[in-house]
Design a protein around this ligand. Structure first.
Ligand code: ATP
Ligand code: MG
Length: 422
């Protein structure tokens, strides 16, 4: 049987092809950064980056303008792409560079082309600062990344305070990598994060949201949250949540334990867990408050906001679903966000070691086919009109009432409805 290559392998093959082609043209070409780290950890890299001494324009000339986007030419980056079935493989080909002065706590004002060693030195952490040379099949490690990878250490390259002062986003990245690989953040790097965490605000909401989405997807999202709390970063990311974490160790422990219970965490699920906890601990805090805080701290789409609030707001009713009428529960079960809501309710019930009866009942109902779960309405507005009811604002109310009785089984066909209306 033929084994299909994974997406990671497909990307790797393309990156290798690019490196070989650069090598034939007498350029240096190495795999760089995250993909080297992940391969050394026997993990599948999410993408492959190539570092080279060719300029973006030389890269474009070699691969042709149709296959090369000069996305960040000012930063020495070209993106070489190719179609693969319905998808696009993108490999970032970046020229070895050294960053100029950092202007706004996030980006350098300029770059200059540089040696591989200088390029390694501008990267954030030692484990992210290695190259792999496909030609010699050797790791090129100017920064001690291999040793730190083996010992499980996140360490800034160079002077930690200086590197974090340059780019404050690195603080969240440190936390994310530590949680993702279950590594320790080395003391000087950790001290630098503690000292600068209150300045995370210079980083744009978009970048923070991007990092938080990645953090919330980790199976170790709870330990990342603990580190965001310990570091002071959460104070900037979501002050109200941090306030409750620092006021009550039990509240923190409960919240982390819920997040830890998710089988497949996501931004929506983790935020729904936070939101539900906040709603429980502070009765004056409403769903509308949560919505506006999430909006201002992360700017997620309305769809994500709806998902978070639907899940956070329906935990209790789903846990007791078997005690409610079908017409109360049915609209929840056919809701597009039921899965996230159910996972949150299930995890919280598990965390409290309380009865799972309501959850099990919901799960069994969801197994019913759509025809049973969401039967077509017995009548519509047109029917009401043809039966002589004067059109008006009451229509909606009457139709809702009929639907309720249909779901609860007291109206079973159109004759029943007619009789009831009469
Ligand atoms: P992931 O698996 O999350 O993609 P990654 O290490 O590949 O992790 P990227 O954001 O894709 O992270 O960046 C690729 C490489 O670029 C990093 O490995 C690192 O060498 C460098 N890098 C990325 N962001 C920064 C930064 N803020 N400061 C310095 N170097 C960075
Ligand atoms: Mg990457």
């Amino acid at each position: 049987m033929e084994v299909q290559p994974t997406w990671s392998e497909i990307q790797r093959a393309f990156a290798l092809e690019i490196a070989n082609r650069l090598d034939h043209a007498k350029f240096i070409a190495y795999f760089a950064g995250g993909c080297v780290r992940d391969e050394m950890l026997s993990r599948h890299p999410s993408d492959y980056d190539v570092a080279t001494n060719a300029s973006p324009q030389q890269v474009q000339k070699l691969f042709g303008p149709a296959n090369t986007l000069l996305v960040g030419a000012a930063f020495g980056v070209a993106c070489v792409h190719r179609r693969h079935e319905s998808k696009h493989i993108n490999v970032e080909v970046a020229s070895f560079r050294s960053d100029g002065e950092y202007i706004d706590g996030r980006r350098p004002d300029s770059i200059r082309f540089a040696t591989p060693q200088e390029d390694a030195a501008r990267r954030d952490f030692t484990i992210n600062g290695m190259f792999w040379d496909p030609k010699s099949e050797q790791i090129i490690d100017f920064v001690g990344g291999r040793a730190d990878l083996q010992s499980g250490i996140i360490r800034a390259i160079g002077d930690a305070s200086h590197r974090i002062a340059e780019d404050k986003l690195r603080m969240i990245r440190a936390v994310r990598f530590a949680a993702r690989y279950d590594f320790e953040i080395e003391p000087a790097t950790w001290e630098a994060v503690l000292a600068a965490s209150n300045q995370l605000g210079v980083v744009s909401i978009e970048r923070i949201y991007d990092e938080m989405q990645k953090i919330c997807k980790l199976s170790s999202a709870a330990s990342a949250t603990q580190r965001l709390h310990d570091s002071g970063l959460l104070q900037v990311i979501w002050p109200r949540l941090e306030q409750h974490f620092s006021e009550s160790k039990t509240f923190l422990a409960d919240t982390l334990s819920i997040v830890d219970g998710f089988s497949e965490p996501s931004f929506s699920l983790v935020m729904a867990a936070f939101a539900n906890q906040l709603l429980r601990v502070d009765k004056s805090f409403t769903s509308a408050d949560i919505r506006s805080e999430l909006k201002s701290h992360f700017k997620p789409s309305n769809e994500i906001l709806d998902e978070v609030l639907f899940a956070a707001g329906n935990v209790q009713i789903l846990r007791e679903a078997n005690k409610h009428s079908w017409s109360t529960i049915q609209p929840l079960l056919i809701h597009r966000h039921i899965n996230v809501a159910l996972e949150l309710a299930r995890t919280i019930a598990g965390h409290e070691a309380s009865s799972l009866d309501g959850i099990r009942w919901v799960e069994s109902k969801l197994q019913l086919g759509n025809a049973t779960l969401d039967p077509p309405p017995l009548v519509n507005g047109e029917d009401l009109r043809s039966w002589g009811l004067v059109a008006g604002p009451l229509y909606r109310q009457i139709l809702d009432d009929i639907r309720k009785q249909q779901l609860d089984g007291s109206l079973n066909n159109r004759e029943d409805v007619k009789a009831w209306l009469a």
